[in-house]
Write a new protein. Structure first.
Length: 202
C-alpha cells in the first residue's frame, strides 16, 4: 500500500471529488512513491520488487564499519524503525556465534547508525565483503509530514499533466503552450535532499 492515502492526495486536488478516481489515484501514488524512494536511495524491500517509502523489512549487507571506528556501522537506509538481527561475520555464514545481541548496541534511528556499547563482549563490526548483515524495518510513516507533502505535490502535478504527457508544447489557434517536463519538481527535491541515504551519489 502507498504511504499516502487517496484522501490525503485529494486535498491537493480540489477538482477531484467522490471516489470514482480512487483506483487511478492509488496507482499514481504507487508510481510516485517508487520514484521518490529511488531518488532517496531505497532498494526494493524483501517483500517486493519495487522500492517503497512506507515501513518495510530489508535485509542489508554492509562491507565495512564506519571509516576507522569498528564500533560504528553506517546503515545504507534511514530512518530506522526496528532492528531484528545483526551479524558481523567475514565468512558470511551469519551463524549464532557471530550475532551481535541487541543489548550490545545502540541505534541512532535518524542517522542510521548502529553503535556498539562499551564493556560488551562484541568488540565491533567487521570489514569484509558483505561481512555485516542487518535485518530490520525501515521507512516513513504519516508522521513524516514533509515526505507526505512532497509525494502529494509531485503526484498532483502528474495528475494534472495527464493530457500533456509526452508533449513539449501544443499549439491551438496560433497560441503555443509549453509544458514543463514531468520530472521531480525542484520544490520536491529541496524537501527530499535531507532524507537521501548514504548510498546515493549526488
Amino acid at each position: 500500500m502507498p504511504l499516502v492515502t487517496t484522501d490525503i492526495l485529494k486535498e491537493y486536488l480540489p477538482e477531484v471529488t467522490g471516489t470514482g478516481s480512487d483506483t487511478e489515484l492509488s496507482n499514481l501514488l504507487d508510481r510516485v512513491e517508487a520514484t521518490i524512494a529511488r531518488f532517496l536511495g531505497f532498494p526494493s524491500p524483501d517483500s517486493s520488487n519495487t522500492p517503497k517509502l512506507d515501513v518495510n523489512t530489508y535485509t542489508l549487507y554492509i562491507d565495512s564499519y564506519w571509516i576507522d571506528d569498528i564500533s560504528v556501522l553506517q546503515l545504507p537506509l534511514r530512518p530506522v524503525v526496528t532492528i531484528t538481527s545483526v551479524h558481523a561475520d567475514p565468512d558470511r555464514v551469519y551463524g549464532a556465534d557471530t550475532e551481535v545481541n541487541s543489548d550490545e548496541y545502540e541505534i541512532d534511528k535518524q542517522q542510521g547508525l548502529l553503535i556498539i556499547k562499551t564493556n560488551t563482549s562484541t568488540v565491533g563490526f567487521t570489514k569484509a565483503y558483505r561481512g555485516n548483515k542487518v535485518v530490520g524495518t525501515f521507512g516513513f510513516t504519516l508522521y513524516h509530514k514533509d515526505i507526505v507533502h512532497a509525494v502529494c505535490v509531485y503526484a498532483s502535478q502528474l495528475h494534472r499533466a495527464k493530457t500533456s504527457q509526452g508533449k513539449k508544447s501544443q499549439t491551438v489557434r496560433q497560441a503555443t503552450t509549453s509544458y514543463l517536463p514531468n520530472t521531480i519538481p525542484q520544490e520536491v527535491k529541496q524537501i527530499l535532499y535531507p532524507y537521501r541515504n548514504s548510498v546515493v551519489i549526488i
